[in-house]
Design a protein around this ligand. Structure first.
Ligand code: PEP
Length: 255
């Protein structure tokens, strides 16, 4: 089978002062330069306010930056919003779309996310599209259906030619920030399901090439087992991305 390049993305959420962001990015850059030489892509996703600084600090390494969100609108009277084109102008390469915290606390529906996906692609960004069920969905055995709807309504409107710009992140909401990780077999089962959806909607090749990350309480101690699953192509890391040693160890687990 074709080997997909693993990707580890660290989502800092609404954490870090500018000073702390500098420190963290500098430490991670140093550790990665010293310890990681292999086929793995790394993206740091700081708050918007730190993107420019972190981008500058990472020059000379192959670590890239991403943003945590972008607006569904182009530009204009949308106070407080950040457009995909603004991110592109900062030389930020990617953006998270549909993180469960955006869906839960900021009312982002699949329809809004579909618009964000379009804006991000139009601006030439790569996007990490997040999906995942709530605990109640899993308990009522609706998890496959929920994830399918999120992808059908939020992502699968795009043309196959754009799929090279897409990474899917499966993040069961009950595993985010809770310390409760999906077991490797639960994660693998959903990743295989998602890959099948991509194949059915697009093509065999599209499905085989799509990178699907797992997110939800990934730590250096459980990363290896998760990343060794056939359909898991890396991770979207929250809490553990705020600590340079642990994050770099997670990157190494993907090699
Ligand atoms: C996330 O925010 O995408 C995430 C997976 O968080 P954590 O690793 O803290 O569960």
């Amino acid at each position: 089978m074709m080997k997909r390049k693993p990707l580890i993305a660290g989502n800092w959420k609404m954490n870090t002062s500018l000073e702390k962001a500098r420190e963290l990015a500098t430490e991670i850059k140093g550790m990665v330069l010293d310890e990681v030489n292999g086929n793995v892509e790394i993206i740091l996703i700081p708050p918007f306010t730190h993107l420019s600084t972190v981008n500058g600090l990472l020059s000379g390494s192959n670590i890239k930056t991403g943003a945590q969100n972008c607006s569904q609108f182009y530009d204009g009277a949308y106070t407080g919003e950040i457009s995909a084109a603004m991110l592109q102008s900062l030389k930020v390469g990617s953006v998270l779309v549909g993180h469960s915290e955006r869906r839960q606390y900021f009312g982002e529906t699949n329809q809004i996310l579909a618009e964000k996906v379009k804006r991000a692609l139009e601006a030439g960004l790569t996007l990490i599209f997040c999906c995942g069920e709530m605990l109640s969905d899993r308990e009522s055995e609706k998890h496959f259906e929920v994830v399918k709807t999120q992808l059908d309504e939020g992502l699968f409107h795009i043309a196959e030619a754009n799929l090279g710009k897409i990474v899917i992140a499966y993040e069961p909401v009950w595993a985010i920030g809770t310390g409760r990780t999906a077991s490797a077999s639960q994660a693998q089962e959903m990743h295989a399901f998602i890959r099948r959806l991509v194949i059915d909607h697009y093509s065999e090749r599209a499905g085989k090439e799509m990178r699907i990350l797992y997110g939800g309480s990934v730590k250096s101690g459980n990363a290896k087992e998760l990343f060794s699953c056939e359909d898991i192509d890396g991770g979207l890391i929250g809490g553990a991305a705020l600590e340079s040693r642990g994050f770099t160890d997670i990157v190494k687990a993907a090699l």
